[in-house]
Write a new protein. Structure first.
Length: 355
């Protein structure tokens, strides 16, 4: 690994006062290039622009994938990653689906740890904050030819992450637009999935909502995801969530929340959930909570759901009565090292570089 440190750090404690997610980038980034069927040596270099041609194939044909991860710091200034092996697994599944090269384990696991070690001062201690980690890969071959690229860049950048949302969201259930379809790339974390969601989300905002709950593309009968999050529904005292599929992203936070829910005695059902079932429960007063979960947001308990023209306000539960908020606390306590980690989810970033 080649390491080129920044001449003078841009870090200042005032960065931790920022309320904007994903804009305050740390000092360094990780870069590797793929060409002629093999990867170059990893490089950690000062964060900044890279040179690519406007004919880079990612701009034209969408071969671009990414992951979302976080680093946390405890009161002893120890820094931890959270389940990076799951992100690596999903990253390479996304790469396979978009016909891109696999990223070696050492690039992802060792490279990211080395990057975080160098920039560990950028990892905050405060609850609901973290250092966001964005691994990405994109096609760079100079050609406007509709085929797979033969050149790629793998890069990892990091940025200070305050709370992603500062309020409960309202969500509109999609009844026309779709996020993904069977046989498509819904399970992959690829750029096009997000670009295609922006217009329907903007339409929902015009109706007074923050996000969209996506439904199946055939009948718009079953709920699938919510905005950039997996979605869970609490009817009575049961948490319901759709099974992952080729249309639904297999979220690391989703898996962690479900594990914690089951191990702490919550009633959980992983099965198809219909819009009608949700609406019927709402009318009966049994729809207690709907919440989204994902790396950036952790858990956001919604305050309203739009069923067609009807805006359904959800109960405002106290923290101790909300399953979503209880599970968020349990997950945060593990991530921030406040409790024991019985699952081995926390991976300590060892101090290997010179101070």
């Amino acid at each position: 690994m080649i390491i080129e440190k920044i001449a003078e750090s841009r870090f200042d404690n005032s960065v931790f006062d920022s309320t904007v997610f994903g804009k305050d980038f740390s000092d360094h980034m990780l870069i590797a290039e793929y060409e002629n069927g093999k990867w170059s040596e990893m490089k950690i270099v000062p964060y900044g622009p890279i040179s690519v041609t406007p004919a880079a194939m990612s701009f034209h044909y969408g071969q671009a994938i990414f992951e979302g991860m976080k680093a946390f710091k405890n009161e002893e200034d120890e820094v931890f990653l959270f389940r990076p092996d799951k992100n690596l697994e999903r990253f390479n599944k996304s790469a396979e689906r978009l016909n891109m090269p696999q990223v070696p384990d050492e690039f992802f696991m060792e490279g990211i740890q080395a990057l975080i070690d160098i920039d560990r001062q950028w990892v905050p201690k405060k609850q609901n904050t973290s250092l966001y980690i964005r691994p990405t890969m994109f096609a760079t071959e100079e050609a406007v030819s509709a085929r797979s690229s033969e050149k790629f860049i793998f890069a990892v950048l990091t940025a200070y992450a305050p709370a992603y949302y500062t309020k409960p969201l309202s969500v509109k259930i999609a009844d026309y637009y779709s996020r993904s379809a069977s046989g498509g790339v819904g399970f992959a974390k690829c750029a096009g999935n997000y670009a295609a969601s922006f217009y329907p989300t903007e339409k929902a905002k015009e109706e007074g909502y923050d996000q969209v709950i996506w439904t199946d593309s055939n009948e718009h009968k079953f709920i699938e995801e919510a905005g950039t999050m997996n979605v869970m529904v609490r009817i009575g005292n049961t948490i319901l969530t759709a099974p992952t599929s080729e249309r639904i992203l297999n979220g690391v936070t989703r898996d962690s929340v479900l594990t914690l829910a089951k191990d702490n005695g919550y009633d959980v059902e992983i099965r198809p959930v219909t819009v009608q079932e949700m609406y019927d429960a709402y009318q009966k007063g049994e729809l207690k909570e709907v919440f989204g979960c994902g790396t950036a947001v952790v858990i956001n308990v919604y305050d309203a759901v739009g069923f067609g023209e009807e805006r359904a306000s959800l109960p405002k539960l106290a923290d101790e009565d909300s399953f979503g908020l209880q599970l968020k606390k349990k997950l945060n306590d593990i991530q921030y090292g406040l409790v024991e980690d019985p699952y081995g989810w926390r991976i300590k970033v060892e101090e290997l570089q010179e101070a």
